[in-house]
Design a protein around this ligand. Structure first.
Ligand code: ZN
Length: 326
């Protein structure tokens, strides 16, 4: 707790303002219509905040690569922000997962990009075709293209053009990029994206430092998968000695973080999981577990009492996930 408050006190005023503008808004119901703010992270990487989910932008000699694209109705502002960073072509979009606040801009942004033929690229590039490549874990395509007419179904122009199963490596703008599937976490199609030279990792909604993690049970998420994802992120990240920095972490929503933020969050989620698990073992019903307030000591930092993802919704999802309900 002290750590979090300390960090809040020394965070850049810009970050604080951005965080309060974004806090605890339900990802899928974010109204949009705000402004997109640009933050330099380190190396090639910038962070765009305010378009729904956070967007990571890699800029360099090869061109532009994005991780996530924000809400559809923010695409013009996202494109304008990218153009202040680079006028080179947008070649790649990587989606961390299927939700519309992370993929809504795919169609409009991919359309103005160009494809590179031949995979790994470096140096000068001959633009090879219309439309940026959209990379995602394979279940993202399944869910976007499912003919069920459900909420997650997206127009064809937004679908991934290049899917992978477990891991995909790329080389772009002078650095290796690892795209790693994290199974059954926030959804069943989550990717972590690690920029190795810049030393920045993009987490999608497995890590959202200002609210409890959303577990999308309907789309294959699970509490134990979230914790496995947070442990994986702790393995990837390396803190700077006795100071902020080291590996930077762009979360799905909220402020730029470092490993200390991640460790605090992982401990919080694990402790709450263990409390709910112990209550299930005692035979308590979901209602009884919610009433026992297993999150209460963390609620001042993470627990919303109104909106889409309240502390009670989180506890219910943990209970359902551990007891195999949907
Ligand atoms: Zn999400």
């Amino acid at each position: 707790m002290k750590n979090v408050l300390l960090k809040a006190a020394i965070a850049l005023p810009l970050l604080a303002a951005l965080a309060s503008a974004q806090e605890a808004k339900p990802a899928e119901q974010h109204p949009g219509g705000g402004e997109v703010h640009i933050l330099k992270v380190q190396g090639n990487i910038y962070m765009l905040v305010g378009a729904g989910g956070n967007i990571a932008v890699s800029v360099g000699n090869d061109g532009v690569l994005l991780v996530d694209t924000g809400l559809a109705n923010m695409s013009d502002k996202v494109i304008a922000a990218i153009r202040t960073l680079s006028t080179k072509p947008i070649h790649y979009i990587i989606n961390t997962h299927v939700h519309a606040d992370h993929t809504g801009g795919n169609e409009a942004i991919a359309k103005i990009g160009t494809t590179i033929v031949g995979g790994n690229v470096t140096g000068d590039i001959a633009d090879a075709g219309q439309g940026a490549a959209v990379i995602a874990q394979e279940t993202v395509l399944d869910r976007m293209s499912a003919p069920t007419g459900k909420q997650s179904a997206m127009p064809q122009g937004a679908w991934p053009t290049d899917t992978y199963t477990e891991e995909k490596n790329m080389y772009f703008n002078g650095e290796g990029i690892q795209i790693m599937h994290q199974p059954a976490a926030h959804t069943d199609g989550d990717s972590l994206v690690y920029f190795r030279r810049s030393d920045v990792v993009v987490t999608g909604d497995i890590f959202t430092p200002e609210r409890y993690p959303i577990i999308d049970l309907q789309r294959g998420g699970s509490i134990n998968g979230i914790i496995a994802g947070l442990n994986h992120l702790i393995d990837i990240t390396i803190p700077a000695s006795k100071q902020e920095g080291g590996t930077y972490i762009i979360p799905g929503h909220g402020r730029l973080c470092d490993q200390a933020d991640l460790v605090f969050y992982q401990e919080m989620v694990t402790i709450i999981r263990d409390r709910v698990q112990a209550s299930i073992k005692k035979g308590m019903t979901m209602e009884q577990v919610v009433a026992s307030k297993p999150t209460r000591d963390y609620d001042p930092v993470f627990g919303a009492t109104t909106g889409f993802w309240t502390r009670d919704k989180f506890v219910e999802a943990v209970y359902k996930s551990l007891s195999g309900e949907k």
